[in-house]
Design a protein around this ligand. Structure first.
Ligand code: GDP
Ligand code: MG
Length: 593
């Protein structure tokens, strides 16, 4: 392809502003798919992605418009996948900025657009959903100018749903977004943008060629990984897969090279010719590390083998989560897993439950703590609160902090600031633009991983948005809080907390457990403790001897139902010190209320 005829762009938007709908529309208009094939959203092809309305893996599609080749790069839509987003953006020269005409600019819009600006993108604003009665395109146009500082005088007014403004958007891409640059004769330099596992093709690698040419039959080298591979397929997606003889500079497409595991194909790596190598790899490569850890245990111990297989299968397609075997006195055999963030954790957990039909207990999510031991005892990275060393062997503990940007209508600001305060937040900045506040806070990651996002949404009736990045480790007065049910510690509920919040956390936890654990035939004490010291306590009163006594002997079918219900309940319970704890209690108890 003639490089001057190529346009590489991504679409940036806040969730639900219409990114996927617009992408589908562009594909349809340029002839990639028929109306019938359009019935399902094409780019969001994973079930969970569709339900949650987010893109988990980056995808790309090649469009043809008036003699030009337009490569549309779809980027993941969540903070957990920020690094993947940055690589996708680095593969493009421009972006469509989609803003909902009824909602206006939101936090995710801002975070994404600033990234896009950092990558020197030419940005084409698109005001979408102008068909809605509540649409206020002129207000949104002004907002794009005031809040983001972009010229929006030539923003395209569109409705991805009704097909308004689609040709104008395609023309704007050709006219306003610059063609890529690159020398076809230079040694090959291509960026690995994404990789995934396909059962027929093996590992498929999405690349953006910067310099030189990628060809079938070429021996290539991954400069970061240091491995060499023979390319056996080169092609693109329209969105259907199509093989091509080669990919020149500026082009985006895929290769396969008989790679068995995606762990070998890391996002951001540089592909070069094995015989005629580039001198330097491309900038910006980063090794992604999981930041949130939790244990996953089968409710039924017999399911361990199934869990092992399912996790291994999921891992084939997601090299960013880690897992290793873990045993717990109470929960038996399971896995300690690491994730890029809570959403990532929830996605994997949901897939295991849904696609692999597993009943799982998830232990309290934890971040990674850096611990210095006394008397030159060395340094440990703590991934699991259960492994916390004895407090008098600890010299210091440091925890990861983040910088969060929260964007919220003024009326909810007070309660949002209180929430941040309660979570040990340090306010860095507070600004107001057109009836909305933008607050920047430094927060300990461990105060955010539980339910911060849910709280934020419920306090603001869904209006607040939130975005964050990590800013490093800081020392803190952190202690391990254990939970004891009938005098037995429940590993899955132990967590590391700041001393100043330990008591209220402990009290909340005991109160919630009191409601979540059903009565037994005996009295059950529930305690939260730090070291040997009890900081909170509740007691569940004993139940009368016979449950069925409630039925006053009469109604036999009702009695049976009650017994069946008990039986069914049993399957999903764990036993601690002869106390049955329902599976739901584990997750529910962690919500801070
Ligand atoms: P994404 O999260 O940015 O990918 O958003 P989607 O494309 O999934 O769209 C979110 C919701 O907005 C869906 O229910 C779409 O049908 C709807 N939507 C998208 N574009 C338009 C539009 O132009 N007008 C209207 N009325 N609804 C739209
Ligand atoms: Mg989408």
């Amino acid at each position: 392809t003639d490089i001057s005829k190529i346009r590489n762009f991504s679409i940036i938007a806040h969730i639900d502003h219409g990114k996927s709908t617009l992408a589908d529309r562009l594909i349809q208009r340029t002839g990639g798919l028929t109306e019938r094939e359009m019935s399902a959203q094409v780019l969001d092809n994973m079930e969970i992605e569709k339900e949650r309305g987010i893109t988990i893996k980056a995808q790309t599609v090649r469009l043809e418009w008036k003699g030009h080749v337009l490569n549309l790069m779809d980027t993941p839509g969540h903070v957990d996948f920020a690094y993947e987003v940055s690589r996708s953006l680095a593969a493009c020269e421009g972006a469509l900025l989609v803003v909902d005409a009824a909602q206006g600019v939101e936090a995710q819009t801002l975070a994404n657009v600033y990234q896009s600006i950092e990558h020197d993108h030419e940005i084409v604003p698109v005001i979408n959903k102008i068909d809605l009665p509540a649409a206020e395109p002129e207000k949104v146009r002004a907002e794009i100018e005031d809040v983001i500082g972009l010229d929006a005088s030539n923003a395209v007014l569109a409705s991805a749903k009704s097909g308004i403004g689609i040709d104008e958007i395609l023309d704007a891409i050709v006219e306003r977004i610059p063609a890529p640059k690159g020398d076809a004769d230079a040694p090959l330099k291509a960026m690995l943008v994404d990789s995934w596992y396909d059962p027929y093709l093996g590992v498929v690698i999405l690349v953006r060629v910067m310099e030189g040419t990628l060809k079938r039959g070429q021996q290539i080298k991954f400069m970061q990984a240091g491995t060499t591979h023979l390319i056996d397929r080169v092609g693109c997606f329209r969105p259907k897969i199509e093989q091509l003889p080669d990919l020149g500079p500026g082009e985006i497409g895929f290769i396969t090279a008989q790679i068995k595991e995606i762990a070998q194909a890391r996002v951001g790596d540089t592909l070069t010719d094995a015989k005629r190598s580039a001198a330097e790899p491309l900038e910006g490569f980063k090794e992604v590390q999981p930041v949130v850890f939790c244990g996953l245990f089968p409710v039924d111990a017999n399911d361990f083998e199934k869990l092992r297989e399912s996790i291994s299968k999921l891992r084939l397609n997601d090299a960013s989560f880690s897992f290793e075997m873990e045993t717990s006195a109470a929960l038996g055999f399971g896995y300690r897993c690491g994730f890029l963030g809570l959403l990532h954790l929830e996605i994997i957990q949901e897939r295991l439950t849904r696609e692999y039909d597993l009943d799982l207990i998830t232990t309290a999510p934890s971040v990674v703590y850096q611990i210095e031991l006394t008397h030159g005892g060395g340094h440990i990275e703590l991934h699991n609160p259960a492994d916390m060393p004895d407090p008098n062997k600890i010299e210091s503990i440091a925890e990861p902090w983040i910088e969060a940007t929260i964007y919220v209508p003024d009326e909810y600001l007070g309660s949002i600031l209180k929430l941040c305060q309660d979570r040990r937040g340090i306010q860095k900045n507070l600004t107001y633009v057109s009836g909305r506040a933008q607050a920047t806070y430094e927060l300990p990651l461990n105060e955010v991983v539980f339910d911060f996002y849910d709280r934020l949404k419920s306090i603001s009736r869904g209006y607040a948005s939130f975005d964050y990045h990590q800013i490093g480790y800081r020392e803190g007065d952190l202690v391990k809080m254990s939970v004891l049910v009938n005098a037995e510690p429940v590993d899955a509920l132990s967590m590391i907390v700041h001393r100043s919040t330990a008591e209220s956390r402990g009290r909340g936890m005991c109160e919630r457990l009191k409601d979540l654990i059903p009565r037994h035939l005996f009295k059950i004490p529930i305690q939260a403790a730090i070291g040997g010291k009890v900081i909170a306590r509740e007691t569940i009163a004993a139940m009368r001897k016979d449950v069925t006594a409630k039925c006053y002997g009469g109604d036999i079918s009702r009695k049976r139902k009650l017994l069946d219900k008990q039986k069914e309940g049993k399957k999903r319970m764990r036993e601690y010190g002869s106390v049955q704890i329902p599976q739901e209690a584990f997750i529910a108890a962690l919500r801070m209320g």
